[in-house]
Design a protein around this ligand. Structure first.
Ligand code: ADP
Ligand code: ZN
Ligand code: MG
Length: 475
């Protein structure tokens, strides 16, 4: 059996205000505090398009390699539901911002799939219904939020592929800084369409799955639905075109509505708003807002910095981490060293303190300073780890902490010779057996000298001076 999956993804655009009024677009405020006559749908009010939302919309469409509309038109999509105060949603239909795009998506197993984008359009979000006991409450704060809907062609095949698509897509929009793409908070939502068919027969009858608020659920729901549909077809049945809901408690999809109940939205151009025609200055700004996307960045990191695929994958997961990495490299630290510190010691400390890199006391400048101290052999590996911990605890520069706590390596030959002489005087018999070739005793004595220096003796220099010392003493 073959399977076909197409996704419809909604993202909240990161604007200050709503799409057609000046109300604040913010998550988590007191219900019904960010509302006005426009977003509450009072008669006689007029929508005014938010230029920033249009801009971000074009930025997304451009990044998805869409043909950009020279004249985008808002249209009314008519239906009734309590969360939609106007009884129509202002959306786009015939002239979306972008169409016929594509995105290259790394899939599990290594294939990079070209997933075609049918269109990308701008619309307003609805309010939020809250069902509590036998009451239904409504919060209109979300009504009028700028939403970008991205519709893919059915180019994905499995739940795993859909999940990989969403993770990649989320990275892309975060790189572009157009949305925080947070699925738990509803700033990125996904409906999944899926059909199966006998090999070579092309698309089957599609079922749409709603209520998917994490990429893991998308994967589970699609794999469940593919198996269900295969079962129906194998028994000679037919698939009904319907909308189903994912029931996360029972791990299955359930019928929500069938095609007979489908809406006819009677789209028509919004008479209260002129079409938007981007001028060259606007389009140039859209071009400038494009940024190197995660897959490109990864290839460049592997190539230019000669780091492993895994290291690069770790670094590009967030744009902040990738930029931070390059900042430390600019300071003149070897890329592989920076990468291994970021994924190792720094990550461990972030976990311990419950922080992310952008909120941590270990700025790029401070990590650069720490690694330079290590490179210049002013501290050694163990002390560097300790110093990193102290930077997290004290929120101060590593060099200052090193000076204050006297953590710098001791390289002064006279001081090192002093330690050697002291310890040698304490253990004359041990010196004797070392001269006779007892390697174990040698390790013991070096340990003692290290201790005397409080762990600060420069290890290689100490070894060298110790050899010199031995050859000078008479057995
Ligand atoms: P509708 O008219 O019901 O909105 P569309 O043709 O606009 O359907 O497609 C909506 C989504 O469903 C798109 O993501 C598309 O890729 C996907 N899709 C359409 N037909 C199929 C199919 N037969 N099998 C799987 N996905 C499909
Ligand atoms: Zn408003
Ligand atoms: Mg459609």
């Amino acid at each position: 059996m073959e399977s076909f999956i197409g996704l419809e993804i909604h993202i909240h655009l990161a604007t200050e205000t709503k799409l057609f009024c000046g109300c604040r677009a913010r998550f988590g405020d007191e219900p019904n505090t960010n509302v006005c006559p426009v977003c509450l749908g009072y008669p006689g009010t007029l929508p005014v398009a938010n230029q920033q939302a249009l801009f971000l919309g074009y930025v997304v469409a451009r990044a998805l390699n869409c043909e950009l509309s020279p004249r985008t038109v808002f249209e009314r999509k008519n239906y009734f539901y309590p969360d939609l105060p106007k009884n129509y949603q202002i959306s786009q239909y015939e002239h979306p911002i972008g169409r016929n795009g594509f995105i290259m998506v790394p899939l599990p197993g290594g294939e990079v799939r070209k997933v075609r984008i049918h269109d990308a359009h701008l619309e307003e979000d609805a309010g939020k219904m809250i069902h509590a006991g036998d009451m239904s409450l409504i919060d209109y704060n979300r009504a009028g939020y700028p939403l970008m809907e991205i519709v893919t062609e059915p180019d994905l095949k499995t739940g795993e592929e859909a999940e990989a698509f969403l993770i990649h897509f989320q990275r892309v929009i975060r790189y572009l800084k157009v949305s925080d793409g947070n699925m738990e908070e509803g700033s990125m939502r996904c409906d999944a369409n899926v059909s199966v068919n006998f090999p070579g027969k092309g698309l089957g009858t599609k079922v749409e799955i709603k209520n998917l608020n994490s990429s893991r659920f998308v994967k589970k729901a699609l794999n469940f639905e593919i198996q269900r549909q295969i079962g129906v077809l194998k028994q000679g049945g037919t698939i009904r075109q319907e909308t189903r809901l994912w029931n996360e408690n029972r791990d299955l999809t359930e019928v929500m509505r069938t095609k007979e109940m489908a809406n006819d939205y009677r789209y028509f151009p919004e008479p209260d708003m002129p079409p938007f025609e981007p001028d060259p200055v606007f389009l140039e700004k859209v071009e400038k807002a494009q940024t190197e996307l995660p897959d490109r960045k990864k290839a460049r990191f592997v190539n230019d910095y000669r780091i492993s695929e895994e290291s690069a994958e770790f670094l590009i997961a967030s744009r902040y981490v990738a930029d931070y990495f390059e900042e430390v490299v600019q300071i003149g630290i070897e890329p592989a060293l920076v990468a291994s510190w970021l994924s190792g010691d720094v990550q461990k400390l972030l976990n311990r303190h419950g922080l992310t890199l952008d909120t941590s006391p270990m700025s790029a400048r401070r990590l650069g300073q720490l690694l330079r101290l290590l490179n210049e052999e002013r501290i050694h590996g163990k002390i560097a780890k300790k110093l990193a911990e102290l930077v997290f605890e004290e929120d101060r520069d590593p060099e200052i902490i090193m000076r204050e706590k006297g953590l710098e390596q001791i390289v002064d030959f006279d001081v090192l010779r002093g330690f050697i002489k002291n310890v040698a005087d304490e253990y004359p018999a041990v010196i004797h057996s070392i001269k006779n070739g007892d390697e174990r005793q040698r390790g013991f004595l070096i340990g003692k000298i290290m201790e005397k220096s409080q762990g600060r003796a420069h290890p290689q220099k100490l070894q060298k001076l110790f050899d010199d010392f031995l050859s000078e003493v008479t057995a």
